[in-house]
Design a protein around this ligand. Structure first.
Ligand code: CP3
Length: 345
């Protein structure tokens, strides 16, 4: 059976406008909170293939979505490289920091990590359970965003990481190179385990000045994609480089991604006009609107659908679902997309 997400990424006629949502598995679902509590910790959940499979599938049971995204985190990569990692309740991630050539010596990037094996097993289990029209998405963080967490050691304003990126010492170049190498092997492993599309998350791309973006966003993301496609030619890749504003088309050219995911507030039609032929856009409803009332939600969903034609658009948010989002709002969103595409008044 055809999968709408894969059809759109190949710019083939699709049965419908594919919809999936960043962080579609998560705290806004009571059944997620229940499993999360049983797991005890967020990382415990990520590394338990049985429970991770369950939470990956939960949103698919409630909503008619077109893709599942494997439940894991972008910080699995630094963990697999030898950084310590903990998720502290109410604080977010805490990692051991990498701030010098000496700190680099403890890292490894051979790609053979037990953490990765757990994620691969989750992908295999999820794949076996998916309905035939649902695509399976694998993912990793982009080198700049992952490196910024490794330098800062926590969610932050990235002041230190930005200073390092500007000064570009040799150890930072090496760090980015190591993240590229390990991300390629992690994504290749995910694809072997059943991922049909991969998304690369560069959540902090917008922080860098334009000249640094080419060096630390465009080039590393391009290298990761080239590495994946050296093993799986033409493999479909979505890049979410948040905050690039008018820079998404340049990113699409530089990386040869099949789709660019766009933050809220940026016109999708404008990006679609500017990207090379064959590239599609993903996005970009504001998570605050999904969390809010039904009227504005239906209006904004319809506006987004009318901006870009069905075959060139993957419906998604501009960023992840907020934890206080009422689950029934996702049903309202899906109704609004399907109603728009059916041409009903
Ligand atoms: O459903 C999905 O989208 C798949 C799972 C997924 C998670 N994180 C689960 C998660 C994905 C794709 C991510 C990506 C991720 N992780 C990013 C990139 C996207 C973005 O949001 O910009 C980043 C920057 C991270 C790092 C991260 N993970 C932070 C800063 C935090 C703490 C903040 C928070 O939301 O709690 C996390 C934790 C996290 N990752 C949770 C989930 C469901 C919440 C933890 C919990 O349930 O206790």
């Amino acid at each position: 059976m055809a999968k709408a997400l894969l059809d759109v990424l190949r710019v083939q006629r699709s049965a419908r406008r594919p919809v999936w949502l960043m962080r579609q598995a998560g705290r806004y679902l009571p059944e997620y909170r229940e499993v999360r509590e049983k797991a005890g910790s967020f990382l415990g959940l990520c590394y338990d293939p049985g429970m991770a499979t369950e939470v990956t599938l939960q949103p698919l049971r409630r909503f008619d979505l077109d893709a599942a995204i494997v439940f894991a985190d972008i910080l699995v990569v630094p963990h697999a490289m030898g950084c310590s990692l903990d998720f502290v309740e109410g604080e977010g991630p805490l990692l051991s920091t990498v701030r010098s050539a000496a700190d680099m010596r403890v890292l490894h990037c051979d790609g053979k990590a037990w953490q990765f094996e757990r994620v691969y097993e989750t992908l295999q289990r999820v794949k076996a359970e998916l309905a035939p029209h649902v695509a399976l998405i694998g993912f990793c963080g982009a080198p700049w965003t992952v490196a910024s967490y490794m330098i800062e050691g926590r969610a932050s304003d990235r002041a230190l990481a930005l200073e390092v990126a500007e000064a570009a010492p040799k150890w930072f170049e090496d760090l980015v190179e190591q993240i590229i190498v390990i991300s390629i092997s992690y994504l290749v492993g995910q694809i072997r385990a059943g991922a049909e599309v991969v998304q690369i998350f560069d959540s902090w791309a917008g922080d860098l000045k334009p000249a640094s973006r080419e060096r630390w966003v465009h080039a590393p993301v391009r290298d990761v994609i080239l590495g994946v496609r050296a093993v799986f030619p033409d493999f479909p890749v979505i890049v979410f480089a948040r905050g690039l504003g008018s820079g998404h088309a340049g990113l699409a050219v530089a990386t040869a991604a099949n789709a660019v995911s766009i933050e809220q507030g940026q016109g999708l039609a404008e990006v679609l006009r500017a990207v090379p032929d064959g590239v599609v856009v993903q996005g970009n409803l504001a998570p605050e609107i999904l969390a809010g009332g039904e009227d504005l939600l239906a209006k904004d969903t319809t506006r987004i659908c009318s901006e870009v034609p069905m075959g060139h658009h993957i419906f998604n948010l501009g960023h992840g679902i907020l934890p206080h989002t009422p689950p029934e709002n996702l049903s309202a969103l899906l109704r609004a997309v399907r109603l728009y595409d059916s041409g009903a008044p």
